[in-house]
Design a protein around this ligand. Structure first.
Ligand code: KG4
Ligand code: ZN
Length: 355
């Protein structure tokens, strides 16, 4: 079984071909960074137009690289939400057109499910597992029970982690996207120089909060006074910020592992996915914590943590195997919580969620 996957929900145009044997035949990602940089962030209209301009060619290249023709495909999957709706439409329309022209099944993939199932593509991990999903728009702890069946254990009350990285980078003059820039700057920094808050640390709930952390970074910069944001101060602030994030994620995941063990009668495994999971320092800290708790720790390679189409093709393949395909009039969804996904067992909402 071979699937074509398409991802256009944010600022990456991506096309990939994967097989049921967990083989990534092609995985092409075209970043729009240069197009958005002049605006200091992502402009939805610019993104949509760029996806439209590049997607056809990228699909052709991915197919050529994979050495397959449309007749070799078992289906076509595209991110159908959540995300910037103009871009999502471009990907979904392209996938539907190919599916219609070739008489192939179309699979509308939830972007978050793509991140959530990546570890089954890379490591063949069995259900259930505990997932920390951390990206630019999302921050949640989820029990992954089956394809399409997710139980949310906790989430952010305000900013996503990636958003906190991006905003901190902007405050520090490190540019966009902030995650890799902050991680790089932090390498030469002293994480103990600035005392930053650890929001939600020790709380019983499994929720997160990051907006206060970002505000504290701004206050520290203001306290330094104008002109005093030296390269060393930037490095120290980046390191202090990253240490605070690491400590909070570690604390929340430790607590979530305990809850998961109660609910599923097994310790872990803990999986971290999404763009922020590309961060080596955070991966290291979470891996050490999990080992301490006797839980296995898994994180996809960085290239498969940030947005890509291999994860969409794979999620499509998993859904297709369960008989979960979608009609050609499926409407893209700008908002689409994981709990509302269709699964072979109904939606996650049907279940009573224990608190
Ligand atoms: O999953 P993703 O590529 O797109 C979304 O679905 O949001 O995640 C992008 C986010 C951005 O906020 C980016 O700053 C963050 O992931 N990110 C990182 C790193 N690489 C990307 N955050 C921390 N450290 C990194 N190395
Ligand atoms: Zn993503």
């Amino acid at each position: 079984m071979i699937l074509l996957g398409i991802e256009t929900s944010c600022d990456e145009t991506a096309a990939a071909v994967v097989t049921e044997a967990r083989e990534i035949r092609a995985n092409l990602v075209l970043s729009q960074l240069a197009e958005h940089r002049p605006y200091g962030g992502i402009v939805p209209e610019v993104a949509a137009r760029s996806h439209l301009e590049h997607l056809d060619g990228l699909v052709r290249r991915a197919m050529a690289e994979a050495g397959v023709g449309f007749d070799d495909l078992a289906g076509v999957a595209a991110t159908a939400g959540p995300g910037l709706i103009g871009g999502v439409f471009v990907g979904v329309m392209t996938a539907k057109a190919i599916a219609a022209a070739r008489g192939l099944p179309f699979i509308a993939v939830n972007h978050l499910e793509g991140h959530a199932l990546t570890v089954r593509l890379t490591d063949g991990l069995a259900f259930p597992y505990l997932l920390l999903l951390v990206s630019g728009g999302h921050c949640q702890l989820v029990a992954v029970e089956a394809v399409g069946r997710y139980r949310r254990l906790g989430g952010t009350l305000d900013d996503a982690v990636g958003e906190a990285f991006d905003k901190t980078a902007k405050l520090l003059g490190l540019g966009y996207p902030g995650g890799p820039a902050v991680e790089g700057a932090a390498r030469d920094g002293d994480a103990r120089r600035f005392a930053l808050p650890r929001p939600m640390l020790g709380r019983r709930s499994l929720d997160f909060s990051f907006s206060g952390l970002k505000t504290a970074v701004r206050q520290q910069i203001e306290a330094l006074g104008p002109g005093d944001l030296s390269p060393q101060a930037v490095a120290d602030l980046a390191a202090s910020f990253q240490a605070a994030v690491a400590e909070v994620l570690e604390d929340r995941c430790r607590r979530a592992l305990a809850r998961f063990a109660q609910d599923y009668d097994q310790s872990g495994p803990l999986v971290v996915a999404g763009g922020v999971a590309a961060n080596q320092m955070l991966r290291g800290r979470l891996a050490a914590m999990a080992e301490d708790q006797g839980a296995r720790f898994l994180a996809p390679p960085p290239k498969l943590c940030t947005d890509n189409a291999a994860m969409i093709a794979w999620a499509g393949l998993e859904r297709l195997r369960c008989g979960l395909t979608d009609p050609l009039d499926f409407a893209p969804r700008p908002r689409w919580p994981l709990e509302e996904l269709a699964s072979a067992h109904g939606t996650g909402r049907d279940k009573v969620i224990a608190s």
